[in-house]
Design a binder for this molecule. Structure first.
Ligand SMILES: C[S@@+](CC[C@H](N)C(=O)[O-])C[C@H]1O[C@@H](n2cnc3c(N)ncnc32)[C@H](O)[C@@H]1O
Length: 223
């Protein structure tokens, strides 16, 4: 089982102070110093992104992609390897610095930015947006703003792939990472996107972890 104790402790401490994003930088700094474990850092591309691509390969020539909450960079590198001109952002400067260090010859543009207040130049700027596991580490009250901002990154005809932990509304919210309900994800369609597919599945991919219920959803923005 992954050790999430320190991440949960920091999340609780910062959220109590009203700083809902401050704990990520602290955790990455502790991770860099070898003092804490980054529970989501698998150091490989998301298997559900790879699996999606096998069945839905996309044209990438001349197209741009954006990775939301890019962590240590593996998904962004994969999008760049497929041919997208790729931008990746994370709230944590340390995560961004570590990504650049891990991939010294990268073509990805790594940048520190806040999903809750992203650069205005990213609005309607990307052909493919990938969001995995960021919404579920933001408290529920902040997810709508995050979802609206993600929806706003797509240019006309652009695709958004979202992967998140899943629960029923009647299930307890539990501990961070907080699984999302299908109703929460429906905010992407309220924000103007068309839902092209919605999968609800049990993920058995993570070795040593119990099965996790996840959603994988694909959306398109068309003017
Ligand atoms: C659970 S991790 C997932 C990382 C990666 N997407 C993955 O699936 O392995 C969430 C990531 O989002 C980043 N993050 C959290 N809130 C953010 C925000 N408001 N803006 C940008 N990045 C954020 C965190 O620093 C962390 O790297």
């Amino acid at each position: 089982m992954k050790d999430r104790a320190r991440a949960r402790e920091l999340a609780a401490e910062f959220n109590r102070k009203g700083d809902v994003t401050g704990w990520f930088e602290q955790l990455y700094q502790e991770g860099e110093a070898g003092k804490s474990n980054i529970p989501w850092a698998n150091l490989c591309p998301n298997p559900h992104l790879l699996d999606f691509w096998k069945s839905h390969p996309q044209p990438t020539a001349g197209k741009s992609a954006l990775t939301v909450g890019s962590g240590l960079g593996d998904d962004a590198e994969q999008l760049a390897a497929w041919g997208f001109r790729t931008t990746a952002f994370d709230i944590s400067e340390t995560a961004i610095r570590t990504s650049r260090k891990r991939f010294p010859n990268t073509k990805v543009e790594y940048t520190a930015a806040n999903l809750l207040d992203p650069p205005s130049s990213w609005r309607r700027a990307f052909h493919f947006v990938f969001e995995a596991n960021t919404l579920q580490v933001l408290p529920a009250a902040f997810r709508l703003r995050a979802i609206e901002n993600i929806a706003g990154f797509l240019c006309s005809g652009g695709l958004l792939l979202v992967i998140a932990r899943a629960r029923e509304p009647s299930d307890p919210e539990g501990q961070m990472p907080w699984p999302l309900t299908r109703a929460e994800l429906s905010a992407f369609t309220t924000a103007g996107l068309e839902e092209l597919s919605f999968e609800d599945f049990l993920d058995l991919e993570d070795p040593g972890e119990p099965a996790v219920r996840r959603f994988r959803a694909l959306y398109r923005f068309t003017i």
